[in-house]
Design a binder for this molecule. Sequence first.
Ligand SMILES: Nc1ncnc2c1ncn2[C@@H]1O[C@H](COP(=O)(O)OP(=O)(O)OP(=O)(O)O)[C@@H](O)[C@H]1O
Length: 298
Amino acid sequence: MHPSLDAVGVTFRFAGADAPALDDVSLRVDPGEYVALLGPNGAGKTTLIGMVTGLRVPDRGTVRVCGGDPTSARTRLRLGAVLQDTAFPRHLTVRELVEGAAVRSGVPRGRAAGVLEEVGLDDLARRRSGKLSGGQRRRLQLARALVADPALLVLDEPTEGLDAAARRDFWRNLTARRDAGMAVLLTTHIVEEAGAVADRVSVIAGGRVVADESPASLTGRLADRTVSVRTALPAAVVRDLPGVLRVEETAGRLVVVTTSPEAVVRRVLHDDPTAHDLRVEAASLEEAVMAATDRMSA
Ligand SMILES: Nc1ncnc2c1ncn2[C@@H]1O[C@H](COP(=O)(O)OP(=O)(O)OP(=O)(O)O)[C@@H](O)[C@H]1O
């Protein structure tokens, strides 16, 4: 079976730009896999999404969606996309817009009803799109992208502007599709959300891939741990211990970032038998992504 997405050695330079927006980028997404594309502003994520959706063509390298060329109409039928800044004709209803997407993709109009139910818009099927909230509009975009059963769903910051409950609903809507083998490529600036939903994160900085691995493996590469403990000990007691990178003292709590948490824990418990509420936490995905990005620019 073909990968859902296979981008190999993709290079692209905008006309007149000094540096390429994408420089030898490779990325593979297999059926049923969710991959998050992360990286700072201007890293090249949207440019790469443009190649995957067939809106741009690489100067060098190849992009294949389910083995086909994403600029061909036939391949684009395998692809669903929720992109930024999609405007709908305000006078059309939710149902009409989803039926229109079905007809354009060559699938029966009757599929609209099931998809509206799937994304939780069945109650609003007759509402005009101009009267939807931001979160409801995002669901409408999702329904239009899903109606033709895509093999690969591309989501460019799909949950931007949504509150935590709406974000959770958005991802819950996609659970059954994942189980059925649909692949997802998403971009997001909400790094912890990517960690929660993605099997792999691909970090892009300056047009190059600087990390491509599971969220757990990326955070595991940072040796930093945070020891947090409620104690009356002053920060100076742990500041000079081996491996300590940073110490903060706030309202009866010491928060210590260190590569050697054992030394900190031993010292605190030795010096203060009343210390309690002790926690040792790994680096966050956000910190790991920033470290991968910094390594690139160092
Ligand atoms: N139409 C364009 N013409 C010229 N340069 C562009 C164009 N679009 C993007 N760029 C440049 O290409 C680089 C990559 O931009 P891109 O939009 O892909 O980044 P991004 O990772 O999606 O950023 P963001 O997180 O801000 O959306 C940036 O340096 C940007 O300034």
